[in-house]
Design a protein around this ligand. Structure first.
Ligand SMILES: [Zn+2]
Length: 168
């Protein structure tokens, strides 16, 4: 089950050869991701195919992982299963990225054409993580939790503005 993925992907060469890579990648190898995990044990399952659709060089497939985040309310473990469909369009410049069909997320290819596979997998997983992880039962604000109520209230600024205007 733990097939080895190549460490580096030569993007244009993989596209031309229509390569498919499949295997697992330790979560601890992805530093930006593992910073966000309560426990960076475990692996991501990766299945990616390279090729062309019409004139677009694409990477398609799946990235899956059972992450353990930390709830930002109670600080306990928050299991976060990720089952992500990957649909990337390769672009060598921002201009090219802007011209990609809407169904593809742009993947900017560096000049040398080579990216660590961990970068692609990590970006997919990061996209699937909420900016403030919380248990569903922790989301409803506590009545005595004044700091989040004040900071997060969308109308707080408006109310201040109204007060200011009416006092003028
Ligand atoms: Zn919680």
């Amino acid at each position: 089950m733990s097939e080895r993925l190549p460490d580096l992907i030569d993007l244009w060469a993989f596209v031309e050869k229509k390569r498919r890579i499949k295997g697992s990648l330790p979560l601890s190898r992805m530093d930006r991701l593992s910073d966000l995990l309560l426990n960076p044990a475990g692996e991501a399952q990766v299945d990616l195919s390279f090729g062309r659709e019409d004139k677009v060089a694409v990477v398609e497939g799946r990235v899956e992982a059972d992450l353990t985040l930390q709830c930002q309310c109670c600080l306990e473990a928050l299991p976060w299963p990720v089952r992500s469909e990957v649909r990337l369009g390769l672009a060598s410049s921002i201009d090219e990225a802007n011209r990609l069909p809407d169904e593809y997320e742009p993947l900017l290819v560096p000049d040398e054409g080579v990216l660590p596979v961990a970068d692609i997998v990590q970006d997919e997983l990061l996209l699937a993580i909420p900016s403030i992880p919380r248990h569903p039962q922790c989301v409803s604000p506590e009545p005595d939790d004044r700091s989040t109520a004040a900071a997060g209230h969308p109308f707080a600024a408006l109310a201040q503005l109204k007060t200011k205007l009416s006092s003028e």
